[in-house]
Design a protein around this ligand. Structure first.
Ligand code: BMA
Length: 396
């Protein structure tokens, strides 16, 4: 005969198990999901501009940081949109035509998005651009976006140096218009979702390294050095970050601050908006690598850049460079690679991106038969250099 007390205790236990089990299962699931959602993915001394950045965006940041000491990622502007002799051909890329691999970093340019145009200032259709951005991301590449926006005061181009920054910062007479420009940016970025339900507007947004108001140590753009006070530039930058992050709820952006060539840390930081507003420290330089003598100057700048970035827990990158038409056949290894790889500090930049292959008189990557094509293959094969086919998974 079964002990009655035991039986009662057991049936009570059963009832408890029956009631508690689903609850604990639910609790465990919730806890697991919460852990996944907020898994710190942090390193000491490092915080992102956006503490609520998506998991993939945080993964990109930390993976780029992790790779930086040992590898250089190669990037190319508008790589999938056109080449020196073609335009808008599915899966085509001049870089791929030469080495059989896509670049690791894809640069895109959204100038004229602000005015609601269907195509950018270089005639790249924005819907095509969204498709190419998603393609590159799905293959594991890195996406960065620059913005040659029109002058908000004169309506001229980015190169129209009518003073304008004062007019779009909070309190300025064109501030509402600037908000609308950022709304258009948010719509564009909102259209960069991937996943099975992305066609419904659901899905995960592609992480982007966003690089606005670049080359401001020069004065050829309306946000350049002689056309803006440091206070105005900082106000513009901070407003832009806060609006996109806090009001538009974009959590897939890493913010890149990138100057043109610079002489010193002080010069570099003259318009710096602060560590809380920047994830990547970059610089653009097309001058140094024109000559052998300039290689040392490039290395010098990259050393300063890496030191500034590492002491702040950020990433450093050569955000734009290149030699127009690349008339020097061994430019890739003898200038670009030498400037970066031969120095134990400079080599810790994350990536170097060359500009677009617009036409025979304006291109920065080789195409088949190009005078630098063979050397570009040596560059591709170098163990320090990563193209897309050599990338580890960057978004996990
Ligand atoms: C410049 C040139 C221009 C182009 C601009 C934005 O350096 O390539 O032709 O319009 O970048 O992409």
């Amino acid at each position: 005969m079964m002990d009655k007390n035991f039986d009662t205790a057991r049936s009570k236990l059963n009832r408890v198990v029956v009631c508690v089990a689903p609850v604990s299962f639910l609790l465990l699931t919730v806890m697991f999901a919460a852990c996944r959602a907020t898994a710190p993915l942090t390193e000491p001394g490092t915080t992102l501009t956006d503490a609520g950045a998506s998991r993939a965006t945080r993964a990109l940041f930390y993976n780029l940081k992790r790779l930086a000491p040992d590898y250089l990622l190669f990037g190319h502007q508008d790589d999938l949109a056109y080449g020196v002799t073609w335009k808008r051909e599915d899966k085509r890329s001049d870089v791929h035509d030469v080495v059989g691999a896509y670049p690791a970093v894809y640069g895109w340019e959204i100038g004229h998005l602000e005015i609601g145009a269907p195509a950018n200032l270089d005639t790249v259709d924005f819907r095509d651009m969204q498709r190419w951005i998603k393609e590159g991301y799905k293959r594991g590449g890195v996406i960065t976006i620059s913005w040659h926006m029109n002058n908000p005061v004169s309506g001229g181009s980015s190169w129209d140096t009518t003073r304008a920054v004062y007019s779009i910062i909070p309190g300025g007479r064109n501030h509402a218009m600037y908000r609308q420009w950022l709304d258009r940016f948010a719509d564009f970025v909102g259209g960069l979702k991937t996943g099975p339900f992305s066609w419904l507007g659901l899905g995960k947004p592609v992480p982007i390294i966003f690089r606005p108001f670049h080359e401001h140590t020069g004065s050829w753009f309306w946000w350049g050095r002689d056309l803006v006070t440091p206070e105005e530039y900082v106000a513009l930058w901070r407003f832009t970050v806060e609006y996109l992050r806090d009001e538009k709820g974009l959590h897939n952006l890493l913010y890149a601050y990138s100057t043109d060539r610079f002489d010193s840390e002080d010069e570099y930081l003259e318009h710096y908006p602060g560590d809380d507003y920047v994830d990547l420290l970059g610089c653009d330089d097309y001058g140094a690598l024109r000559t052998d003598a300039g290689v040392a100057d490039m290395t010098r700048q990259l050393r300063i850049l890496v030191e500034m970035a590492e002491s702040r827990g950020k990433i450093a990158a050569l955000t734009e460079t290149g030699l127009e038409r690349i008339p020097f056949p061994t430019w890739w290894t003898d200038r670009l690679l030498r400037a970066i790889e031969s120095d134990s500090t400079a080599r810790r930049i994350s990536y170097a991106l060359v500009w677009r292959n617009a036409r025979a008189s304006h291109h920065y990557a080789p195409h088949p038969g190009h005078v630098s094509a063979e050397n570009f293959k040596r560059f591709y094969e170098h163990p320090f250099v990563l193209f897309e086919d050599g990338l580890p998974k960057l978004y996990r």
